[in-house]
Design a protein around this ligand. Structure first.
Ligand code: PMP
Ligand code: GLN
Length: 379
């Protein structure tokens, strides 16, 4: 058959998780916590299922959850959003990203993505006939070279996609990044898709620079988040998209026929914990900062060189002192020989830079991090 996605194989996350299982390795590859979210969340899910909330949810998401999301957005980012018209609950951030792209990208349109970028962006762009234009972030700090972004803009540019805190690097935007993005898009038809799934995982007292904080950017942005990251339940696949009324209307046309609606009981559970336990996400930066610091301490005596991390739950390391293999070859070797799974950063690039960098996920119990570090210290 004619393939629509000739470049796409099985995702690196699945490949490395399977290898980890095969080799009985400590899995620091695919990004997911090896611990559960709050007991109150799971109790609320069971309560929803046991009280008859098992039929289709409203297409846009249940009202109490959209209202909680709107209230949180105003409290944290100072932006009043309309819960009815501007907030849509989705089946994970992955669905939201697909729906946003499909809603606005026409055949032949260009979408600027910043490499390394999350792996679901480009296939979505390809499927709707758009073209991803890849601009590399600048190493070693994975900052955006905004001049290069500006130079890449053409009359065909429809969307610029950004991601802060950034997977895989852990880099975060500054307020100046948002200002520059606003400046580049000012007076154009360019829209922004801002992937903010790690919005509550930012370290060192830095603020999360949501596009929603920026009045001008918010007017042209789809802001996407995921409860999977915030509540340690990546398997539930519930996320949301906030966008101005007209953009949300287009977004909903796609969402309506992609999934129609998102798993209902989980929506009731999130509405419940957002209302009753906002402290959970306020505590998340300190919770993950502790893990980041612990993991960095554990890796300090190893031959890996640690790159800085300001957000999300990934630690990039340079393995030049250990091997001259390419990063995929090194990850395959590492899972087999050391019993630790990681992700090769080249998987997030169209054209990988000449660097030897892999990604470890530190969303793990302290015991798991210690077990991995013990194995890595032997190399
Ligand atoms: N964007 C980024 C940057 C991510 O890391 C992830 C999850 N790994 C997603 C989107 C997808 O989130 P979800 O699991 O809610 O679909
Ligand atoms: N977002 C996760 C990561 O970056 C992977 C999710 C997936 O496997 N699709 O590791």
């Amino acid at each position: 058959i004619q393939t629509k996605l000739p470049k796409v194989g099985t995702t690196i996350f699945t490949v490395m998780s399977q290898l980890a299982q095969q080799h009985n390795a400590v899995n620091l590859g695919q990004g997911f916590p090896d611990f559960d979210g709050p007991q109150s969340l799971r109790d609320a899910l069971a309560a929803a299922m046991n009280s008859g909330k098992n039929q289709y949810a409203p297409m846009t998401g249940i009202a109490p959850l959209r209202e909680q999301i709107a209230a949180k957005t105003e409290a944290l980012y100072g932006r009043k959003v309309n819960a009815d018209a501007e907030v849509t609950v989705t089946s994970g951030a992955t669905e939201a990203i697909f729906a946003a792209i499909a809603a606005v990208v026409c055949p032949g349109d260009e979408v600027i993505v910043l490499d390394p970028c999350y792996d679901c962006y480009e296939p979505a762009i390809d499927l709707v006939g758009g073209r991803a234009v890849h601009i590399p972030l600048t190493l070693p700090d994975f900052s955006v070279d905004w001049q290069r972004v500006k130079d890449a803009v053409t009359p065909m540019t429809r969307v610029i996609m950004v991601n802060t805190p950034h997977n895989p690097s852990g880099a975060v935007f500054s307020a100046a990044d948002l200002d520059t993005l606003a400046e580049i898009t000012r007076g154009t038809q360019i829209l922004v898709i801002s992937d903010e799934v790690y919005e509550h995982i930012v370290f060192d007292d830095l603020p999360h620079q949501s596009a929603l904080r920026h009045a001008e950017l918010a007017e042209r942005s789809f802001v996407v988040s995921s409860f999977g990251k915030t509540y340690h339940c990546t398997g539930w696949k519930v996320g949301y998209c906030i966008a101005p009324r007209a953009l949300s209307a287009e977004f909903r046309k796609v969402h309506q026929y992609l999934t129609f609606c998102t798993f209902g009981p989980a929506q009731w559970a999130f509405a419940d914990v957002l209302a009753n336990d906002p402290q959970h996400y306020l505590d998340l930066p300190a919770f993950y900062q502790h893990k980041r610091d612990r993991f960095r301490e554990l890796l300090a005596p190893t031959k890996f060189q640690l790159l800085p991390v300001s957000g999300a739950y990934f630690q990039l390391v340079d393995y030049t002192a250990l091997s001259d293999k390419d990063d995929l070859g090194f990850c395959e070797w590492l899972v087999r020989e050391a019993g630790v799974a990681a992700i090769p950063v080249s998987a997030f690039y169209e054209t990988a830079p000449d660097a030897r960098i892999i990604r470890f996920c530190f969303a793990k119990s302290d015991a798991t991090l210690a077990a991995a570090a013990e194995r890595l210290a032997k190399l």
